[in-house]
Design a protein around this ligand. Structure first.
Ligand code: UD1
Length: 423
């Protein structure tokens, strides 16, 4: 197992190129199940979760070539013949649930291992299942698997009102609806840019969709006919961008992020501006400038376009460097504060009460800390950049799931960070 060793306290400067968004690429890979032609995907991030999804497609009988260096893949699902996403795959990546909608829509039945809870909460998939039932599917849960069967003639369009906004739930139903019979109306859909992109891709493939990026989406299904994918370019990773903005901010240093999508990050850049940082934007770059004083700020996570839960841990790391107390409220997941105890080991002053953390700024001291989930891991790396002395962040396989070359990118802007092997 690898760990990261980080010597903190240095100023950073330079430029980082942002990778493609993992959370956009995963539903895109799932959507290739609906394709009648091999799909060409560019700007695919070279991270573990993407390789896991490609492996899943291969296990289902697909073929893919991933030129990781050039971030390009050709995914051919024409000969797909198996319809089971096994426990072995799903346990390593919850997002495998994204195969459920497309497999069911194409084959009329499938079996997907039920994802368990995870480090950040229970994370049920009941809303995905209820929506598919509304489209006529019969769902049985047995021996840890979801067995789904479409009615004769395939899934049928329906009006679906999500009780809660769900990102992968919306994506699953959009993909299922693309091949269903008739019209599906999704109300209270997620508005995340990743959901919008899956709509745009299906539109370009010939599916009639209204409301991409809005809370009400209407999909006219093709009644089982597979779709013809145009070339796909994955959008820029807004969470990776936000993480590096926080890296610059925690070191109170300037940094430019290229291949970014500033319009997807308004909630984050506004919050950093409130804390005292300056910004220059172009259409596809963001430059952050140091603050005269890092001010405390309060944050409440919410669905897009609100402040992303996937940036909560990184913002908390930054709040340890602010003057005064910041109140951070997590509204999406019930247990997304696993990083608090690790940050506390580095000397952070954090009082936790239910889903609210109050962070009082002060110095951090290097320590051995343990990564618990993907975004919590990056927060520990950020904290280590600001800490006095050396930190070691263990269990970084969480980081490798979603950050491409994190240590190389940070080293290129002056951070002292090295990947080492546990003895
Ligand atoms: C996606 C992102 C993840 C991000 C999250 C919230 C991917 C691959 N992952 O996860 O990085 O943190 O959105 O922005 O895109 N819920 C239910 N029942 C369901 C589905 C969800 O109760 O059937 C609840 C969840 O437990 C959670 C909330 O709804 O409290 C939002 O979760 P959801 O948007 O579904 O998260 P994911 O799509 O799993």
């Amino acid at each position: 197992m690898d760990y990261l060793e980080i010597k903190g306290g240095d100023k950073l400067s330079g430029e980082i190129r942002v990778s493609g968004a993992k959370n956009a690429a995963l539903p895109i890979l799932a959507a290739t199940i609906l394709a009648k032609n091999p799909a060409r995907i560019t700007n695919l991030p070279n991270v573990a979760d993407i390789k896991t999804f490609l492996k899943l497609l291969n296990l289902l009988g697909g073929e893919s070539q991933f030129d990781a260096e050039n971030h390009t893949a050709i995914v051919d699902t024409r000969d797909l013949k198996f319809t089971t996403a096994t426990y072995e795959i799903v346990k390593t990546m919850r997002a495998s649930i994204l195969a459920l909608g497309p497999l069911l829509a194409r084959f009329g039945e499938c079996r997907v291992s039920l994802p368990g809870g995870c480090a950040i909460g229970q994370r049920p998939v009941d809303l995905h299942l209820k929506a598919l039932e509304k489209m006529g599917a019969e769902i049985v849960i047995s021996e840890g698997y979801i067995y789904a069967k479409a009615p004769t003639g395939g899934l049928k369009g329906a009006t679906i009102v999500f009780d809660k906004i769900t990102v992968t739930g919306s994506e699953n139903i959009i993909m299922a609806a693309a091949l269903a019979r008739g019209e599906t109306r999704i109300i209270n859909a997620a508005k995340e840019p990743e959901v919008e992109q899956i709509c745009e891709i299906l539109k370009a493939a010939g599916v009639k969709i209204k409301g991409a990026g809005e809370s009400e989406i209407v999909v006219q299904g093709t009644a089982g006919e597979l779709v013809d994918f145009a070339a796909i370019d994955v959008i820029s990773d807004r969470i990776e961008t936000g993480t590096y903005l926080c890296a610059a901010a925690i070191a109170n240093s300037p940094l430019t992020l290229t291949c970014a999508a500033p319009r997807h990050l308004t909630a984050v850049t506004d919050k950093l501006a409130e804390m005292g940082f300056g910004f220059d934007f172009t259409r596809d770059s963001i430059s952050i400038k140091p603050a005269a004083e890092i001010r405390a700020a309060n944050v409440v996570t919410s669905e897009y376009p609100g402040f992303p839960t996937d940036m909560q841990a990184q913002l908390m790391a930054l709040a340890t460097q602010a003057n005064g107390a910041s109140v951070i409220e997590e509204r999406l997941f019930e247990n997304r504060f696993m990083h608090v105890s690790e940050l506390t080991r580095m000397g952070a002053k954090i009082a936790l009460r239910g889903n609210t953390a109050t962070v009082t700024g002060g110095g951090l001291i290097g320590a051995d800390v343990m990564a618990t989930d993907l975004r919590a891991s990056s927060a520990l790396v950020l904290a280590a950049l600001a800490a006095r002395g050396t930190s070691r962040v263990h269990r970084i396989y969480h980081l490798d799931r979603g950050y491409e070359n994190l240590e190389t990118k940070l080293r290129s802007i002056g951070a002292k960070i090295e990947r080492k092997k546990e003895k």
